[in-house]
Design a protein around this ligand. Structure first.
Ligand code: ZN
Length: 72
């Protein structure tokens, strides 16, 4: 028999967690606590992909008021 073990990635540190771990899906009680803390402080409201730096850059330059060209 193989020693291969089913794992899931820890939501906090992405470390593989054996499914028979008592803290699954977290790799440890510590990561579980971190997760709880995030929920409590509202970090998990929306996990938005719009936080991509490139997207933010585009938004900034797109919404910039035109002052340079129309000045005179
Ligand atoms: Zn972890």
């Amino acid at each position: 028999m193989t020693t291969e073990q089913k794992t899931v990635p820890c939501p906090i540190c992405k470390k593989p967690v054996p499914l028979d771990s008592e803290d699954v899906p977290f790799c440890s009680a510590r990561c579980r606590t971190i997760d709880l803390g995030r929920w409590a402080s509202g970090h998990y409201k929306i996990s938005s992909p719009i936080l991509d730096p490139e997207v933010l850059e585009g938004l900034e330059s797109g919404s910039r008021p035109k002052t340079d060209e129309d000045d005179e």
